[in-house]
Structure formats: C-alpha cells, structure tokens
Design a protein around this ligand. Structure first.
Ligand code: ZN
Length: 323
C-alpha cells in the first residue's frame, strides 16, 4: 500500500473574484468546483484543476478575507510546484506572466529541472516546472493546450529541523528519500526530495531545513494544507490506523462529498491530509458544466438560501494587471 502522490494543495485567498480571475484567466486552470468550506460556510472553497478535476491536478482555496497576509516561515509550505510540458514552455510562460504583470523570478535549474518561480496577486508562491506529462488540459482554457498547467508537480515544506518530518514521511507515510539539491541563494543546506508511489513529478515533497527562519503564520497568500492520494476507502482506513498508531493526532474520516479525508499535522508543523481519489467532482454536476454554480453537499443543500446570502458574489475582474 502506497500513497499515489499529491491529491491537492489548499491555500488561502482574501479575494475570491480576483482569485478566480487569476487561476482561470491568467493560469488557464479550470474552476471545477465552487463550493463552501464545510467547517465555515461563510467561506468559498474554490477548486482549480485540469479539465476533469483529476486528483493530483487540484489547487484549491479557502476565501478568508479577514486574515492578515501570510507570514512565511517554518511549519509552512514554501511553494506550490505546477507541471508544464514541452520545450520552451517556461520561456513562453515567462513572457505571458510579464505581459499580465505577474511578479516572477528567473528560470533556474533546480535539482535538474527547469523551474520558473512566481507569485499570485496575493503573494502565494508558485513554481512552474518543466516535466512533460500530467492531466488533461481544459478545452476552453485561454492558455493553449500545449502550454497548459497539467497538475501538481511538488510542494516544498519549510521546517526548522529535517529529521522529525523525514521520519513521518518515510516511516509512517511510505515516502522514499529520492535525492537532494543545493539552493545556494536561499540556504546553505541541501533541499531533500522525498517521493511516494510512482515517484517523480506529482509525487514529490521537497523539504527545506531552515532553522534560521521564524515560525510562519498562516494568512492570505499562504498554504493551509497538503493532501495526498489514496485510491479507496479500505486503504484510507488503513492509513488512518497507521497515522494514529504512530502517535500523531488524526481526525476521524470526514466525508467531503467529493472525496473522503483525514487530517494530521506532521512534526514540522505542516497540516497534511490523506484523501480518497473518488467519488470526484462529477458526482453532483455534469462534467461539461463543472464549477459554474455553487455546489453544496446534500447536508448543506437545505441551507442554500442562507449560505448564498452570506457569500460575496464572484464578479468578473479585468484581466491584465495581476500585480
Ligand atoms: Zn484538503
């Protein structure tokens, strides 16, 4: 039994309309589900993914406008890596991001792969990584298919000390140490790469040991949690037993309607989730029309009127000017 890779990464936005505009119009991802945070129905939960909403391609956001800007530090995700394919893809993206006024860094080799770092308008740190494969590009994307973002590549965790996080990744979650690379402009220590399941793009966690950094504080532009894939309910229950047996506090299995979840905090401070691949986003919507209306799981449907009244409408915003 192995985790099959990254399932989704969930971050925080303070501006749902701007968030939809950026991820769909600038990045060309598909909004596959517009729902609410089940534990705080005053907040949208927005899911961007490939055309089908495949596990492993999703970046999702809670809309919490009252939070302060994220303070990056240990116990947090330092960057979300996204896959693009084809030679020249990063140069094409660099030009596109410049044209749209998106803040970006230079294309650099990182651990043997070309990487383009950039931030969304709220400071969320993202990276495009050239790797050649992944999910199914959205048919109606403003980004040409051959340049499309094809899913999650990796996440980078910032931790005060590598060893406790490494122990949970390898001894509890079945990750393997897959290599390391230097990041001399950032840290004198090697960044260690761990992989699970099939390994490689989509199944990597990079851990940066950064004892000099202050503890992070979650806010707008930061990552709330990272979720990993398991194929079915039976394995999901075994994972829960394993995490619990390792002495990590873990939630009961929670039915998120589109998948089932358990949550626990790894010792470095990052919140982890293990989620089932199914039932998926087409469970309550026609695959042709995913994300076009507010979806509510059955137990919230009866409260639709008051939930809708408590949400700020998502308005189109002018594109071009994502700084
Ligand atoms: Zn999640």
């Amino acid at each position: 039994m192995e985790l099959e890779g990254l399932h989704h990464v969930t971050a925080v936005t303070g501006n749902a309309s701007g968030n939809v505009a950026f991820y769909t119009q600038a990045l060309g991802m598909r909004l596959v589900k517009k729902t609410v945070n089940q534990d705080d129905v005053s907040a949208y939960h927005l899911f961007y993914a490939d055309e089908r909403g495949s596990p492993g391609t999703e970046v999702t956001f809670f809309d919490w406008p009252y939070l302060e800007p994220n303070r990056l530090g240990t116990g947090m995700v330092g960057a979300i890596g996204l896959r693009v394919s084809g030679s020249g893809a990063l140069e094409w993206w660099a030009e596109r991001l410049d044209r749209l006024g998106v803040r970006r860094g230079e294309i650099k080799d990182r651990g043997g792969r070309a990487t383009l770092p950039f931030t969304d308008p709220e400071g969320q740190r993202l990276e495009l990584i050239e790797d050649g494969d992944g999910g199914v590009p959205w048919d109606r994307s403003p980004v040409p298919k051959e340049m499309a973002i094809r899913g999650l590549h990796s996440v980078t965790l910032l931790v005060e000390s590598l060893a406790p996080t490494e122990r949970v990744l390898t001894e509890v979650m079945g990750f393997r140490r897959a290599g390391s690379y230097a990041l001399p402009e950032v840290t004198s220590r090697e960044v260690v790469v761990f992989e699970c399941g099939p390994g490689g793009p989509g199944a990597e966690v990079h851990v940066e040991e950064r004892p000099e950094m202050p503890r992070g504080r979650l806010g707008v532009g930061g990552v709330h949690h990272v979720a990993y894939r398991t194929p079915d309910d039976e394995q999901h229950r075994i994972w829960r037993d394993r995490v619990s047996g390792a002495g990590l506090g873990v939630t009961p299995v929670i039915d998120r309607f589109y998948f089932r979840s358990i949550y626990f905090r790894e010792p470095g401070g990052v919140l982890f989730e293990i989620a089932t691949d199914g039932p998926g986003f087409a469970t309550d919507e026609d695959p042709e029309h995913l994300g076009e209306r507010l979806s509510l799981p059955p137990f919230l449907e009866q409260h639709r009127a008051e939930i809708e009244a408590g949400l700020r409408p998502i308005e189109p915003v002018p594109t071009g000017g994502f700084r």
